[in-house]
Design a protein around this ligand. Structure first.
Ligand code: PEP
Ligand code: MG
Length: 534
């Protein structure tokens, strides 16, 4: 999507700017540190107040904890000692102390202390940012802007103030990464893998998402052309609004469900605006990425309930925690892995850290009392895993019943995103009520191509016959055993394949909110009674 004239604002990661040895005296460095600490305390007070208004006292409390940690004598002594003995800069001393304390906390027996590992890193980062003049919160604080950064992790992306973010450009990252997917879900133009120049900061720019390029200080002629393109886009979008409330039926009468993918409760507005029949994929892990600590059952319940209530009886499929690989939250303290995409992630974490899993399942079950909820388990490879997950779900139901807490009937399904699940589809279908094809991972694992690696974008061919055959096989196997089958990976929004998927018999497509109306238009234009065009 092309954008009108906007300013670029770059994020500079603090690590790049921290020099070790100081040209100042230790007492000058200590004064710098104390001043930065004062500023950090002010920021934390403002954050506490904002959180108190927006998400309540329980959630705001973390900022009070951070304020207390910044006053901790041991922490301050360690920083002072590094400044004094190593003639170090205040930022180096703060960053190093943050790392050291975090490692020490992470190794502790006490669960509460272990959880503080991420917090001590966070407060140190805050002080370092003040000292080096980088302020994450301010990177798009005053005016809306295009953000330019070396990279953005999914957790950084999810924390950005969307009202100020007109687009983003990153040097690293691939178009199949979760950061890029998140941008599509939020309907924010994003370019990844762009070798930007440092002097773009503050300049006017236009992102041309169609051609994967950005124009810096464009000439008037180009600018007018882009503005015309943008206004045509808006007209097309407005025309698509006519499709609202119309059924998703092909010309020959085949009906199909079109649902939306969301990353958090804030995306539901776009879902309603684009008239989805339900939510086919709620990537619940973004709720964890947006937190400094494990979200409690109550915190999760409030969010799931909000989504379920807003969807007013329409189906909401909540995917259980799919964390790991590129989606990292410090407080999980996951080990560094040689092959993270093949590592400790998703259902593997949930079945191992049962209490984390149960907290989420209870929250989802409680929300199910307020509408229509389905639970979906990610990254399944075996019948055993599904049975174990369902057994834990039953334990949660029993616990809620004992507590006298209401919950509804939840449909249970799994994501089919590994070749193992495709091959086992007949057996797996006996265990669940639906399948949802996660074509992003299915493509990655079928083709043995890391979806995070931009150098491999060219080889990442989601139209590969092997991937398409897997999809067909899954749909047929699901139907043989009475399971409905949907597609919630990015391929579901690929209009060049809509006809193919319908001919395979897919029951549902779940796409980013901005793709809902275009895909519905495509469905309504198809006639499956005619010979397929090859
Ligand atoms: C997928 O793999 O296709 C999917 C929908 O899950 P995610 O992109 O979140 O891994
Ligand atoms: Mg996946």
């Amino acid at each position: 999507m092309a954008l009108p004239l906007v300013r670029c604002a770059s994020i500079k990661k603090t690590e790049a700017q921290t020099s070790q040895t100081s040209a100042r005296t230790p007492s000058e460095e200590w004064e710098r540190f104390e001043a930065a600490c004062g500023k950090a305390q002010e920021q934390l007070t403002a954050l506490y107040e904002k959180a108190l208004n927006e998400v309540g006292e329980d959630n705001a409390a973390i900022f009070e904890i951070h304020q207390m940690m910044l006053e901790d004598d041991d922490y301050l002594d360690a920083i002072k000692s590094i400044i004094d003995t190593q003639n170090a800069t205040a930022e180096y001393a703060a960053a190093t102390t943050g790392e050291n304390f975090s490692a020490a906390f992470a190794a502790m027996e006490d669960e509460y202390m272990r959880a503080r590992a991420a917090d001590v890193k966070d407060i140190s980062r805050r002080v370092v940012n003040v000292l080096t003049g980088v302020d994450d919160a301010q990177m798009i604080d005053d005016k809306p802007a295009i953000l330019v950064a070396d990279d953005l992790t999914p957790s950084e992306t999810v924390q950005l103030d969307k009202s100020k973010l007109l687009g983003f450009i990153t040097r690293h990252g691939s178009s199949n990464s979760h950061t890029a997917i998140l941008a599509r879900t939020m309907n924010i133009p994003a370019l990844v893998g762009v070798d930007f120049q440092d002097d773009w900061d503050g300049k006017l720019a236009v992102i041309d998402g169609y051609n994967h390029c950005v124009y810096i200080e464009p000439a008037q002629e180009l600018l007018s052309a882009m503005e015309e393109k943008r206004s045509n886009d808006l007209k097309q979008e407005a025309l698509l609004q006519n499709l609202k409330k119309k059924p998703n039926v092909t010309l020959d009468g085949k009906e199909i469900k079109v649902y939306a993918n969301i990353g958090n409760a804030g995306d539901v507005g776009l879902v309603l605006q684009n008239d989805a029949q339900g939510i086919g994929l709620f990537r619940s892990e973004f709720l964890y990425l947006d937190s400094q600590d494990y979200p409690s059952e109550d915190q999760q319940f409030v969010i799931y309930k909000r989504v379920v209530e807003t969807m007013a009886g329409k189906k909401v499929i909540i995917r259980t925690l799919d964390i790991g690989a590129d989606k990292q939250a410090d407080y999980f303290e996951l080990d560094k892995e040689e092959n993270p995409a093949l590592g400790f992630r998703a259902i593997r974490i949930c079945l191992t850290r049962k209490e984390v899993f149960k907290t989420q399942l209870r929250a989802i079950l409680r929300a199910s009392a307020f509408g229509t909820v389905s639970i979906m388990f990610p990254m399944i490879i075996s019948v055993r895993e599904v049975r174990d997950a369902k057994e834990i779900l039953e334990e949660c139901k029993a616990e809620l019943t004992e507590r006298g807490v209401a919950f509804g009937n939840v449909e249970v399904g799994i994501m089919i995103e590994t070749p193992a699940a495709v091959v086992m589809a007949d057996e797996l279908a006996e265990e669940v009520e639906f399948f949802s094809l996660g074509t992003n991972d299915l493509t990655q694992y079928t083709l043995a191509i890391d979806r995070q690696n931009p150098k491999l974008d060219h080889f990442y061919d989601a139209h590969h016959p092997a991937v398409l055959r897997m999809i067909k096989h899954t749909i047929e196997a699901g139907h043989r055993h009475g399971c409905w089958v949907g597609i919630c990976g990015e391929l579901g929004a690929d209009q060049t394949l809509t006809e193919t998927f319908l001919r395979y018999g897919v029951d549902e497509l779940s796409v980013s909110p901005a793709s809902l109306l275009p895909i519905r238009k495509m469905i309504r234009s198809l006639d499956l009674s005619k010979e397929a065009q090859v």
